[in-house]
Design a protein around this ligand. Sequence first.
Ligand code: ADP
Length: 481
Amino acid sequence: MFDKLTKSIFINGEWKNVDDQKTETVYNPATLERITEVALGGATETDEAIKAATNAFKEWSTMTGRERGSILYKASQLMLEDAERLAEILTIEQGKPLAEAIGEIKISANYLLWYAEEASRAYGEVIPSSNKSKRLLVIPQPVGVVGAITPWNFPSSMITRKIGPALAAGCTVVLKPASETPLSAIEIMKVMEKAGIPAGVVNLVTGHAKAIGESMLSNKEVRLITFTGSTAVGKYLMRESAEHVKKISLELGGHAPSGVFEDADIDKAATLVLGSKFRNAGQTCICTNRLYVHESIAEKFTAALTEKVKQMKLGSGLEEGVDIGPLINEKASEKVKSHVEDAVNKGARIVYGGDTADCDLDGYFYNPTILANTTDNMLVMNEETFGPVIPIQTFNNEDEVINKANDTDYGLAAYLFTENTNRAVRVSEKLEYGIVGINDVYPAIAEGPFGGIKQSGVGKEGGHHGMDEFLEKKFVSIGIE
Ligand code: ADP
């Protein structure tokens, strides 16, 4: 399926490797086998890509929204037609079960489709003037060249969620994907190429994260950095963006609380919590990190959840019927182990799992794990575990659980499970989070504004709000006789 070396640098419509042939290896996290090598690009390639994007901006930004949208529409169709192959590549480099990967490719295509439609709808404003001899207009215009940096946990949809609105708005892009998952990014570039994107409008540079980032940050032509990843790197990019006063859009870490109230439908809530926690082996920034269950239903709920978890099958994502794939790498596995160890040392009880999986593959597999009797001083209750571990704590009143849920520097997603509409509205309004799911744990959708508050991020992705990030609002004041 793959050559020994895959061309992974796409600049001004041309594929290449770096001149000195430096490469980095892409591994299959399920088997730890080498898949291929990709180019280890750096400052030279990034500078070249920014130059191409700057040149291409002149024409791309003046095309009509409909013209840009028609290319995005074609790209979304091409992705859907090729969904199975693209999903297989995604699973091979990232590890998630194939069914989840197919779901991601469909979502990924849907971002392109939605922004293809939105491209024609970048409306301005006419403001009624307080002065009779003035007419006031607001004209949306593309920000300019965008530097996009994406993570490995959603190697496809995190890219189209950024480049879809950027391109629709009339911006041009230099993309740096995660080193772990460059292959899905390469496939997206090929799709864009086939869809007829003009040379230089989207560019891809794989390689040295720091060097590529520095080149994006130090170049005045890059007017906006859009990033999804860790809070630490997000803070660094925010600080460094100050030098040229670049715009930024950051989707950072989270520590999602889920509250299961006494009036929840227990079986439905258990199924949703299962989906929220264990998809992508717990490696999403909106996965439930802390589960608060009302004390009156805790026993029943934990039993229902445990029964479901017992049915889950671990293994290679390519294998039929597998629900949980490997963790991305050794560092991720060590983190999960240390979080569980810390919880147990501080008095948590392992209800299920709590160990690495006995699997005949070499990848880093961890059994789906449920912990009870957790306390607020445990790592699992404060830091992102990014693995298949669900810590349960009981509560006895609404205010208590809202206070606990809000007691964090993160503010990405929170969930509540209740069949009581009054409670649903009351609690969701008090949660200090950018996203609240009420009996819903899949809030990432093309038309909805996804984004965190507090230290979970700045800006929105998805919806018309997501395209706004890439548009300046120029104020035109016209004096008339
Ligand atoms: P994780 O620890 O989950 O990999 P990171 O925030 O380190 O999260 O990575 C998210 C993305 O940011 C990846 O594409 C990674 O290569 C990139 N990245 C990491 N460090 C830097 C940096 N200093 N400058 C620019 N990009 C970076």
